[in-house]
Design a protein around this ligand. Structure first.
Ligand SMILES: *[C@@H]1O[C@H](CO)[C@@H](O)[C@H](O)[C@H]1NC(C)=O
Ligand SMILES: CC(=O)N[C@H]1CO[C@H](CO)[C@@H](O)[C@@H]1O
Length: 318
C-alpha cells in the first residue's frame, strides 16, 4: 500500500508476549569478501550512500554492528521498504537496526526509484533494472564491507515484500540464503504469472507474515493497487511445490488469532507462514509503530523482526 505517514492513532490489542521459532547453531568458518580488512568509522550509526546502476543514481543506507570487526565476515540483510516510502522509514518501522535484532548482522536499506519497487504497475523502472540494482548493490557492499557470502538475506514490506519475492524467483536470488517478505504484494507471482517464477535453487528458504485483515494487500488476493495479487494460500502452495515440500503442520496460538504454518521440504522447514487474523497492513510487532498507527492499529502478538532474524539464522547457502 501507499503508506500515509500522517495518520491517526487508535489503540488496538495490547499486552503480548512473542512466539518465535527456535534458533539453530551458527556455522563455524566463513569466507569473507573483498571488503574484509577495510576500516569504517560509523559502527552502529546508519550511513547513506549512492552509486550508479543502469545509468541511474541509486541510494541505500547501511548499518554496521556496534562492535563491527573489519576482518570478520558478517551476515548481510537487505530490507526493502513499501511503496511511497524510503529505507529510512522501513528501518524505523521494523527497528531492525537495533542490536537486539541485528547485533551480529550488517543491515542495508535500499531506496526504490520514486519510492517504489518494480513489479507494481506504478513502478517507474523495469523488473530487470531493479534486479540489476540488487546485483550491483551486492557487489558494492561486498567490496566495501566484510560479508559472509553464504549468509545474505532479504526481507521487505508490502511492495518491498513483493519485490523480495521477485528476487527469489529470479537468478540473482541465487546469491541469497533465505527470504522473508511481509504483507507482500506479489504482482509478479500471481495466478497469471506464477509459472514464470524460476528460483535459482531448491529448496529456497522463505518465510511470509501477513495480516488476515489486510485491507491493502488482501489475504484472499484480487486487485491490488499495482496489479493483480494472488490469494496468500495459493501463493504459498506454489512455493510448497517449488521447494518440494512433503508435509505441513499448523500451530495456532493467542486464542486462535495467530497461525504458524510450517512445511517440511527435504527434511528442512524451508517454508513458513505466520497469519495474524486481526492484523491489517502493517509490520507485525509487539510494540507500537508507524505502520500500525497508519492503519489504525496497535501492537500485535508477534514480533516480525525477531521471527525473521531467527529464521535467517537457521539457513546459509549450501
Ligand atoms: C494497476 O493495476 C490496478 C489493479 O489491476 C489497476 O486498478 C490500475 O488501474 C493499474 N494502474 C496502472 C497505472 O496501470
Ligand atoms: C509511533 C511510534 O512509536 N513509532 C516508533 C517506531 O519505532 C521507532 C524506532 O524505534 C521509534 O522511534 C518510533 O517512536
Amino acid at each position: 500500500m501507499r503508506l500515509n505517514l500522517a495518520a491517526v492513532a487508535v489503540a488496538c490489542i495490547a499486552a503480548a508476549t512473542h512466539a518465535s521459532p527456535a534458533t539453530s547453531p551458527q556455522r563455524a568458518a566463513a569466507s569473507g569478501t573483498k571488503g574484509c580488512g577495510k576500516t569504517h568509522y560509523f559502527n552502529g550509526i546508519t550511513q547513506y550512500f549512492g552509486f550508479k546502476s543502469s545509468g541511474r543514481d541509486r541510494k541505500y543506507s547501511i548499518h554496521l554492528p556496534v562492535n563491527y570487526q573489519k576482518s570478520k565476515p558478517y551476515p548481510l540483510v537487505l530490507g526493502f521498504h513499501g511503496s511511497d516510502s524510503v529505507g529510512l522509514f522501513f528501518e524505523a518501522d521494523t527497528k531492525m537496526s537495533e542490536s537486539r535484532f541485528s547485533g551480529n548482522k550488517i543491515m542495508v536499506y535500499p531506496d526504490g526509484i520514486g519510492g517504489a519497487w518494480a513489479g507494481a504497475n506504478y513502478s517507474k523502472v523495469s523488473v530487470a533494472e531493479d534486479l540489476q540494482f540488487v546485483a550491483d548493490l551486492l557487489d558494492e557492499i561486498r567490496g566495501g564491507y566484510c560479508i559472509d557470502n553464504d549468509r545474505i538475506y532479504a526481507t521487505g514490506m508490502s511492495n518491498g515484500g513483493g519485490f523480495v519475492n521477485t528476487i527469489a524467483c529470479n537468478e540473482v536470488g541465487g546469491e541469497f540464503a533465505a527470504f522473508a517478505p511481509a504483507s507482500g504484494s506479489y504482482y509478479t507471482d500471481n495466478d497469471e504469472h506464477h509459472d514464470e517464477c524460476k528460483p535459482a535453487s531448491s529448496p529456497l528458504p522463505l518465510l511470509e507474515i501477513h495480516g488476515g485483515s489486510d485491507k491493502s494487500v488482501h489475504y484472499e488476493g484480487g486487485e491490488g493497487e499495482g496489479g493483480d495479487e494472488p490469494a496468500i494460500p495459493d501463493w504459498l502452495s506454489w512455493w510448497a511445490e517449488r521447494n518440494g515440500c512433503t508435509s505441513v503442520e499448523q500451530d495456532d496460538s493467542f486464542n486462535g488469532d495467530v497461525h504458524h504454518i510450517t512445511w517440511t521440504c527435504d527434511g528442512l522447514e524451508t517454508l513458513q507462514h505466520w497469519k495474524v487474523d486481526d492484523m491489517g497492513h502493517c509490520w507485525a510487532s509487539t510494540e507500537i509503530n508507524f505502520s500500525q498507527i497508519s492503519v489504525g492499529e496497535g501492537p500485535t502478538h508477534i514480533q516480525a523482526s525477531d521471527i525473521i532474524m531467527k529464521f535467517f539464522d537457521q539457513f546459509s547457502k549450501p
